[in-house]
Design a protein around this ligand. Structure first.
Ligand code: DCM
Ligand code: DCM
Ligand code: DCM
Ligand code: ZN
Ligand code: ZN
Length: 268
C-alpha cells in the first residue's frame, strides 16, 4: 500500500487495541498521541531504499508462483526464498518483540516492521509473483500512465478517499471502524480473527496471504493479464476493486489490533 493504506490500517488498529496495548506501544514508539501507530506505518517503505535497509526490501511481499486467473495459491516452502518474505518477516519481528532481553532500538524497529508488514500482506499483489506483483503490467488510471501494482497500492485508495494525507487516513479509518462495529463488516469481523496464533506467526500470516492471494484470481486479474495491459482502469475496474480494497484494509487493521494485543500481553 501507499501511505494512505498503511496509515489507515494503523488507525483502524488504534481504534480496537486494548488500553494496556495502547500504553505499551505508545511507550515503545515514544509517541503519546492518537497517531502513535499511523505515525510509523510507512517507515519501512523509506527504510528499504536506504543502504542500511536494503536487506528488508524482500520482506514486503511473498511472490506466490501460482498461475492466475486459473490457479491461485501460496506455498511457504515454494514462495519464500532465502532472502526472506513477508510471512517470514512477520514471524521474525514478532518473535523479537516477545524477547524481554531485546534492546530498545531493535524493539522499536521490530514494532515498526510488524505494523507495516501486516498491512502489506493484505494487498493481493503483495502475495503474487506474476510480473513482479503487477509492477511490470503497464496500465493507465484516469488517463495517467502507471502500473497495476501502483493502481492497487495507491491510485484506487486515493481516488476513493480524495487524498493521501494523515487526516484522510484517519477519516477512512473512522468509517471502516464503524463498518466493523455496527455496519457491513459486523457479522464477519470475529471470523477474521480465526486461526490467529501468536505462537505460530507463520501459519497465522500464511492464512492472511492465502486469503489475499485469492483476490488476484477473483478481482485483480479475473480475465488474465492480457485483459488489463494498456487498459484504462479508472472506470469499471476501479468500481470492482473498491470493495476488495476496503475489506482488506479493514481486515488488516482489525487483525493488527489483535496481534498487538497478544504481543502486549507477552504471549500469555
Ligand atoms: N515510496 C516511498 N519512498 C520512496 C519511493 C516509494 O515511501 N522513495 C512508497 C511509494 C509507494 C510505497 O512506497 O506508495 C509502496 O510500498 P509498499 O506497497 O511496499 O508499502
Ligand atoms: N505518496 C502517496 N500518494 C501519492 C504521492 C505520494 O502515497 N499520490 C506517498 C509516497 C511517499 C510519500 O507520499 O511515501 C512522499 O511522496 P513524494 O516524495 O512523491 O511526495
Ligand atoms: N513488490 C511486490 N512484489 C515484488 C516486487 C515488489 O509486491 N515481487 C512491491 C513492493 C512495493 C512495490 O511493489 O510496494 C514497488 O516495488 P519496487 O520499488 O521494489 O519496484
Ligand atoms: Zn505495494
Ligand atoms: Zn511495504
Amino acid at each position: 500500500w501507499g501511505s494512505l493504506g498503511h496509515e489507515t490500517v494503523a488507525y483502524v488498529a488504534s481504534n480496537f487495541v486494548s488500553p494496556d496495548t495502547q500504553t505499551f506501544f505508545q511507550a515503545m514508539l515514544h509517541n503519546q498521541t492518537n497517531s502513535y501507530l499511523a505515525g510509523v506505518a510507512t517507515w519501512a517503505d523509506s527504510f528499504r531504499y536506504t543502504d542500511a535497509g536494503k536487506f528488508s526490501a524482500p520482506f514486503h511481499f511473498i511472490d506466490a508462483e501460482d498461475d492466475p486467473p486459473t490457479l491461485c495459491g501460496v506455498k511457504y516452502s515454494r514462495d519464500c526464498p532465502v532472502e526472506g518474505c513477508v510471512v517470514g518477516a512477520i514471524q521474525n519481528y514478532t518473535t523479537q518483540l516477545l524477547d524481554p532481553d531485546l534492546d530498545a532500538v531493535n524493539r522499536n524497529m521490530a514494532a515498526k516492521f510488524v505494523i507495516h508488514f501486516i498491512g502489506d500482506i493484505h494487498q493481493p499483489l503483495h502475495d503474487e509473483n506474476l510480473e513482479r506483483g503487477g509492477n511490470s503490467i503497464l496500465v493507465t488510471f484516469d488517463n495517467v500512465q502507471t502500473n497495476l501494482h501502483h493502481v492497487w497500492d495507491s491510485n484506487i485508495p486515493e481516488k476513493l478517499i480524495g487524498g493521501y494525507s494523515l487526516p484522510d487516513a484517519e477519516r477512512w479509518a473512522t468509517a471502516l471502524t464503524t463498518a466493523i462495529k455496527t455496519g457491513v463488516y459486523k457479522a464477519d469481523a470475529e471470523s477474521w480473527l480465526e486461526g490467529i496464533d501468536l505462537r505460530d506467526p507463520v501459519s497465522t500470516s500464511l492464512k492472511w496471504a492465502e486469503e489475499a492471494n485469492q483476490f488476484v484470481c477473483q478481482t485483480v486479474l479475473p480475465e488474465g493479464k492480457d485483459a488489463v495491459v494498456g487498459k484504462e482502469l479508472g472506470g469499471a475496474y476501479y468500481e470492482a476493486a473498491v470493495p476488495v480494497i476496503e475489506l482488506q484494509v479493514a481486515r488488516a487493521g482489525y487483525r493488527l489490533a489483535r496481534w498487538l494485543d497478544l504481543i502486549a500481553a507477552g504471549g500469555k
